[in-house]
Ligand binder design. Structure first.
Ligand SMILES: Nc1ncnc2c1ncn2[C@@H]1O[C@H](COP(=O)(O)OP(=O)(O)OP(=O)(O)O)[C@@H](O)[C@H]1O
Ligand SMILES: [Mg+2]
Length: 249
């Protein structure tokens, strides 16, 4: 079980997460939706400690971290959280001067201290999983956006995280390339990967998420199965937001 309780985060005077409570069921996909600026990226970044919340707690399996306003955390907890989570970003963020293979092996070799041949074998397997097995020696700039994102997914999975965090994984892609990425994420979901993903992509959320969370103003307004949130939202704010999503999809 992954559980966020009372998570708070501000930037200066701006309270961006205002006491977020969320249970993330293992083996399920949770989609995070909400208007621009509602705190989706910040929430994802708090889960892997790219941002440090100032109150609340994070439980990830046996690990439990309680946050406090001084923002200091035991280094071993930070490392444990980083090891347990993988992150996929909207703009891929591959290392441009490294090959596809090197992008995927980097953290295994540098952070986890795996021997190079073991890391390469693991990377080759993951690249096959995302349909990029024949591009191991290519550089990111020579790949399409969809291919880069699939490499980024392989990289995020390298250390076998317990939770995959995805921040708008398809929104920088043309529909056709987005579809490739949706397929890859859909297969991971079928294989039981636990995911938390921020997305505006109704196709992505509708196809692979079992749970949808609507965030606005740093608070969870409503959550439930996709059919409920997209088809029969209850809160006036969710109704309004879902209407804008359907109009732009
Ligand atoms: N590093 C930062 N420093 C200061 N303010 C920040 C920082 N990161 C985010 N914010 C602010 O936090 C609020 C929430 O931003 P966040 O990026 O989490 O929203 P979002 O829901 O992901 O939006 P979008 O849909 O546009 O990606 C915004 O007001 C933003 O300006
Ligand atoms: Mg965002």
């Amino acid at each position: 079980m992954i559980r966020l309780s009372g998570l708070r985060k501000s930037f200066g005077e701006n309270t961006v997460l205002d006491g977020v409570d969320l249970d993330i069921a293992p083996g399920r996909v949770t989609a995070l939706i909400g208007p621009s600026g509602s705190g989706k990226s910040t929430l994802l970044r708090c889960v892997n400690l790219l941002e440090v919340p100032e109150a609340g707690s994070l439980e990830l399996d046996t690990l439990r971290i309680t946050f406090n306003p001084d923002g200091r955390l035991p280094q071993k907890d930070v490392l444990a959280v980083r090891r347990s989570t993988g992150m996929v970003f909207q703009n891929f963020q591959l290392f441009p001067h490294r090959t596809v293979m090197e992008n995927v092996t980097e953290s295994l070799v540098i952070v986890q201290r795996w021997p190079l041949d073991r890391a390469r074998a693991r990377a080759a397997e993951l690249l096959r999983t995302v349909g990029m097995g024949d591009k191991a020696d290519a550089y990111p700039a020579t790949l399409s956006g969809g291919q880069q994102q699939r490499v980024a997914i392989a990289r995020a999975l390298a250390a076998s995280p317990k939770l995959l965090l995805c921040d708008e994984p398809t929104s920088a892609l043309d529909p056709e390339l987005a579809a490739e990425v949706v397929d890859v994420l859909g297969r991971l979901a079928e294989d039981g990967m636990t995911m938390l993903m921020a997305t505006h992509d109704l196709r992505l959320a509708g196809r692979i998420a079992q749970h949808v969370v609507f965030l606005q103003g740093g608070e969870i307004v409503e959550q439930g199965p996709p059919a409920e949130i997209f088809g029969h939202p209850r809160d006036e704010r969710t109704i309004r937001f879902v209407r804008t999503l359907s109009n732009t999809a």
